[in-house]
Structures are given as C-alpha cells and as structure tokens.
Design a binder for this molecule. Structure first.
Ligand SMILES: [Zn+2]
Length: 232
C-alpha cells in the first residue's frame, strides 16, 4: 500500500465524516429554527385579539340599539298613554319621538356594520387557526423525518470514525502532518485523484513526470496548481 494511497483512503473517510457533520449541523439548525411556527402563532394571536375587539364592539352596538328601543317605548307610552293631555307637551313628545326614531336608525346601521365586521373577523380567525395547525402538522412530520435521519447519520459517523482510525494507523506521522495542513487550508480536500490525466480537485494537468510519480505513490507528489497530494 503506497503512501499516497494510504492518505487517499484516509481522505475518502474524512470527506464522508465532513459531509455527515455538515448535514448534522444543518439538521440541528432546522430543528432549532421555528420562525414559520412563530409567525403563524403570532398571526393566530393577533386574529384572536381582533375577534375579541370586534365581538365587544358588536355587543356594545346591540346594547345601544336596545337602550334606544326602551327610550322609544317610554316616549310612546307617554305620547299615547293618555296621562299627558297638554297640546304643547304632546307636541314636544311627538318631536322627541321622531328624533328618537332617527337616532335608532343610525344605531341600527352601526349595529349591522359591527355584525358584519365580526363575521369577517371570525373568518380571519378561523383561517389563522387553520394556518397554524398546518404549520404544526408540517413541522411534526418534518421533524420526525429529521430525527430519523439524524439517528442514521450518528450511527454512520460512529462507523466512519472506526474506519478513520483504521485508515490512520498505517500513515506516517510526517505524511499526516502534511495531510492535516492541506485539509485545513484546502477546504478539507488534501488528496486529489488524477482522473483522465487531470487533478480532479482543480482540473490542472500534471506533467508526465508528476503523473508517473503519482502512479508509483512511493513519494508524495503534489499538484503544480493546487498543491494537493496527487493519487493515481
Ligand atoms: Zn490540483
């Protein structure tokens, strides 16, 4: 087993470990991110508050109409009850009766508006409830899938960790130092396979002599362009 191959084998395992770690971090981010739920929950609370306000306004409009109707009943009782006989007083009661009726009509208009506003708000509140329930159901199913994926990834990482130890065991300390330095500076890829005559990491073509050296793998050959270790 050549030095370059040992490092290449280590690289393959480490790249898989990197991918698993990146996906695990992404899963943690998604699980911790509840923006959609928070937005739907706040919208639902706002809709409930608006519904409550609309309900209060509707009740108040109903009470105003009912109080006005009582005033009209009292006026009518005085006007037609027979107790008042003075023509001036009767005339005043008649004028009051007309004024009360006009005001009742206004109050009834207000009540109708309040009822229709309440109905609109009821529909909005129901829509907000449904939207929240949908987000919660979606999150539950997404999270279930993510938890399952996370468990699989963790098991896979443990298995890969074992492979990493195995791959590491045959690597010389000096080669490991070069490898680790390149991993840190070259986006995790220290070893590049030569494929169809080119460095698969950067696309440069190594010279014939380097390609030959990479094939033998007894010394570590580096790509002229990206400086990674070539494996062929
Ligand atoms: Zn290269």
């Amino acid at each position: 087993m050549s030095r370059a191959f040992k490092l290449y084998r280590l690289q393959q395992v480490d790249s898989q470990l990197d991918q698993g770690a990146a996906r695990l971090a992404e899963i943690e981010r998604i699980l911790g991110d509840n923006q959609a739920h928070q937005a739907a929950s706040e919208a639902q609370q706002r809709a409930q508050a608006a519904l409550h306000t609309a309900h209060t306004a509707m009740r108040s409009a109903e009470e105003n109409v009912s109080a006005q109707q009582k005033r009209i009943e009292q006026n009518q009782a005085s006007l037609y009850g027979g107790a008042v006989t003075n023509p001036k007083e009767l005339q005043d009661l008649q004028m009051e009766s007309e004024s009360l009726a006009r005001r009742l009509s206004e109050l009834e208009d207000t009540q109708l508006e309040a009822m229709s506003a309440y109905e609109l708000q009821q529909a909005a509140a129901q829509a907000a409830d449904a939207a929240l329930a949908e987000v919660e159901a979606q999150l539950a199913s997404e999270h279930q899938a993510l938890f399952a994926e996370k468990a699989e990834l963790l098991a896979e990482q443990t298995r890969l960790q074992g492979e990493h130890e195995t791959a590491l065991s045959g690597v010389e300390p000096a080669d490991l130092e070069v490898y680790s330095g390149l991993r840190a500076s070259k986006a995790g890829i220290a070893v590049s396979k030569v494929e169809a005559g080119t460095c698969s990491a950067c696309g440069a073509e190594p010279s014939a002599a380097r390609a030959q050296a990479a094939r033998s793998g007894e010394e570590l050959t580096r790509c002229d362009n990206c400086k990674r270790i070539l494996y062929s």
